[in-house]
Design a protein around this ligand. Sequence first.
Ligand SMILES: Cc1cc2nc3c(=O)[nH]c(=O)nc-3n(C[C@H](O)[C@H](O)[C@H](O)COP(=O)(O)OP(=O)(O)OC[C@H]3O[C@@H](n4cnc5c(N)ncnc54)[C@H](O)[C@@H]3O)c2cc1C
Length: 434
Amino acid sequence: MHATGRSWGRYPVTTEKVITLSDRHAPLPTSDVPMLPLGNARSYGDSCLNDGGILLATRGLDHYMAFDPATGVLTCESGVLFSDILDLVVPQGWFLPVTPGTRFVTVGGAIANDVHGKNHHRAGSFGHHVLALELLRTDGTRMRCSPDENTEWFDATIGGLGLTGVITWATIQLRRVAGPWMSTESHRFTNLDEFFALSRESDRDYEYTVSWIDCAAKGNALGRGLFSRGNHAPASPDRRPAAPARRLAMPLTPPFSLVNPLSLRAFNQLYYHRQRKPVVHATTHYAPFFYPLDGITQWNRMYGPRGFLQYQCVVPPEASEATMAELVRTIAAGGGGSFLAVLKQFGDRPSRGLLSFPRPGATLALDFPNGGAPTFALLDRLDAIVDGVGGAVYPAKDARMSGERFRRYFPRWEAFTRFIDPGMSSSFWRRVME
Ligand SMILES: Cc1cc2nc3c(=O)[nH]c(=O)nc-3n(C[C@H](O)[C@H](O)[C@H](O)COP(=O)(O)OP(=O)(O)OC[C@H]3O[C@@H](n4cnc5c(N)ncnc54)[C@H](O)[C@@H]3O)c2cc1C
């Protein structure tokens, strides 16, 4: 089947042949054109696209293979979604060890991008919790990889962008929880200094921390936002919290982006002032706490037919405060701003993967409607700032960084190339290797 490929950002648009994998014991198809495993296409840019090639869709690899409710060790095929794992394990007192901001990702996709979550300062990234995986190569080789077996292949495959072969199954260690509820706090902060102080103070006592910042604010309000922190709640909260609301849907793609400078400023203003008290305590279900955006199906359509660009960078600890201020000033001056500006401090646990993105420092993630050349020019200015202090940009969210910058952000790229399956490639990889 030929299909128009779209990642979550709906930019770029590519054409691929899609082959569905449904039997983990079967060899991979043979092909003259490059192939690439596909999870649930929740990457924003072109790392899950393969223009002119083949996408090996893994959602059909959706079987559970083993689960021990006494130890929380789960083995499943790589196309199983995090949402399905949560439905299975939370009632049995377990939770994902690390989760991104959407639960609609596959196990294989989470490993191949070595995803991180709000608990990076405690738990590191997803790869730290993978006990073993199987790698299937286009030449028919199968390799069991783990921290003690085929270790080099394990480290190349974690964060390996699907280029080392297809992960057919994985074993992961879950973390214990008493139930589905979270004890949460939301603190209003008025500038970036307050954010960094809250972050330092929270990392010790709170497993999850993240904040939203108002990227459209300027002058005295520059860097204001809401800091959210939380822990898994004990089994029976005093007051029974409300169950998560029903999901809404964005029914169609509007002919133009609903996100523009006017709507952005209005949204940011309203969102910041929505919280009247400086601090709000709540007990909530895990879904709205971890996955607020999953409440609106296909929210990515609101950016219209041209799609949008995500941008996520990390800058080293010693440069974090000054660089975040410069990035936010540059974005506010550009007039565009972003609905979804998320700021967090990563911890210092070294990532396993040769190409893993998480590293110590502060990380900022933003969405920009695709406004053509001016948007690309703004992102280049942000790159120059990040590059200048030795930071990096996240490939899972990228559709335009230069190859030169990629190679500086990921200095182990050359060591990585030794592990690439000669039958695999992606639009992202061809772009940054040009
Ligand atoms: C709303 C939203 C919030 C997000 N929040 C975060 C966040 O907080 N932290 C974060 O780290 N990311 C975040 N992301 C990005 C997302 O978590 C990653 O892009 C994730 O890898 C997507 O998983 P997927 O199953 O959709 O994989 P895809 O996007 O389909 O593929 C991702 C990569 O994995 C490879 N791959 C997929 N399956 C396999 C397999 N079986 N074997 C080998 N390689 C494979 C693909 O080739 C590709 O390179 C977010 C995305 C969205 C839409």
